[in-house]
Design a protein around this ligand. Structure first.
Ligand SMILES: Cc1cc2nc3c(=O)[nH]c(=O)nc-3n(C[C@H](O)[C@H](O)[C@H](O)COP(=O)(O)OP(=O)(O)OC[C@H]3O[C@@H](n4cnc5c(N)ncnc54)[C@H](O)[C@@H]3O)c2cc1C
Length: 310
């Protein structure tokens, strides 16, 4: 497919969305690893309506699309991204409280903001998601969570747009949630919004608990350096971090990327790392763990492909 991005396309997008549109924008400005080459075009829709318009527009014009939320679980290609990147994280993304202790949130809502706004209304039940620096869309895609549970536990339904422009509403049971898994990891769909179950809770207590979780994370994870959370999934009954540590990988480096000495399942960017350094480090860690324990670690983070523009 040849690149269909030209000045007419750019003008039409500018006329139709209020959010920012950036040409040749470095992905390192949009990933928590602070790595990634330039996206040919990066659009920041204000809400799900604009994201939907962009997605439909790109498909109509045969422009390849890459969707990101807050960029907190991705490795963006060093050589950049040819087509259109749709970055859904937005302060304009909507949150709607419904009767019956339900909440509808657009994909671009930042999880922390959702949890805090729910708490301020006297709702809890989302503590398992506190401290995860992603959006609602990214969390549904990854089935994000902690030892206390994952987002699948509170999902009623999720609305998504297929590449053919069909809008689907999937009930929780149809989303094929698993450990850091969902149907969305295997479909090129745009997650638009979802409905979540809440529980009545004391506002002060809930806000205090959220702060406590963040503080604990700041002490236990290498949050001061650019990172994208756990690199690998925990193999059945084992901890990836422990295997990596025992395989002697703590502190291992490729360029500016290093296996954290604080939490071995995190890779940190010491400054100046590029995505190829991270990918090479992933490969070396996997090899060492496999040689020592015979376990092939599965990647939790998502390597974004350099996809072709159509
Ligand atoms: C310090 C740190 C700690 C973390 N701790 C945890 C943790 O405890 N538990 C945990 O589960 N994760 C954790 N993470 C990882 C990450 O925050 C989560 O996976 C989060 O849910 C990703 O959301 P995001 O919006 O950043 O998604 P992104 O990283 O932007 O995208 C992730 C994937 O989702 C897809 N995607 C995003 N939005 C959409 C959409 N609207 N439609 C279709 N596809 C979409 C992207 O294409 C990509 O493949 C951590 C990350 C960091 C940096």
């Amino acid at each position: 497919m040849s690149s269909a991005i030209n000045s007419t396309v750019i003008d039409e997008i500018r006329d139709n969305i209020k959010g920012q549109l950036l040409h040749l924008e470095p992905m390192k400005n949009h990933t928590t690893y602070k790595t990634g080459g330039a996206a040919k075009l990066l659009a920041c829709p204000r809400d799900s309506k604009e994201a939907e318009w962009l997605y439909r527009f790109a498909h109509r014009h045969e422009i390849g699309t890459t969707v990101i939320g807050a960029g907190s679980n991705i490795i963006a290609p060093r050589r950049g991204i040819e087509g259109l990147v749709i970055k859904t994280r937005s302060s304009g993304a909507r949150l709607e409280f419904k009767s019956g202790e339900r909440l509808i949130a657009e994909a671009g809502v930042y999880l922390d903001s959702l949890i805090r706004r729910a708490a301020e209304r006297g709702f809890g039940g989302l503590a398992a998601l506190a401290g995860i620096p992603g959006t609602v869309g990214g969390a549904v895609f990854m089935n994000a969570g902690t030892r206390k549970g994952d987002i699948s536990r509170v999902v009623n339904w999720v609305e998504a747009l297929t590449a053919d422009g069909e809008k689907l509403r999937l009930n929780a049971g149809e989303i094929e949630f698993g450990y850091r898994e969902s149907i969305f990891r295997h479909r090129p769909w745009l997650i638009l919004r979802g409905e979540f179950r809440l529980q009545r809770a004391d506002m002060e207590k809930t806000l205090h608990e959220i702060d406590r979780i963040w503080e604990k994370r700041m002490r236990s994870y290498p949050m001061q350096l650019p990172t994208a959370g756990s690199v690998f999934k925990n193999p059945e009954g084992r901890h990836a971090g422990e295997l990596i540590d025992r395989a002697g990988c703590g502190g291992m480096r490729v360029g500016g990327a290093m296996v954290s000495e604080m939490h071995a399942n995190f890779i940190v960017n010491l400054g100046g790392a590029n995505s190829d350094d991270i990918i090479e480090l992933v490969r070396r860690v996997r090899k060492k763990v496999f040689q020592k324990f015979g376990v092939f670690l599965q990647l939790e983070q998502k390597i974004i492909r350099q996809q072709q523009s159509s």
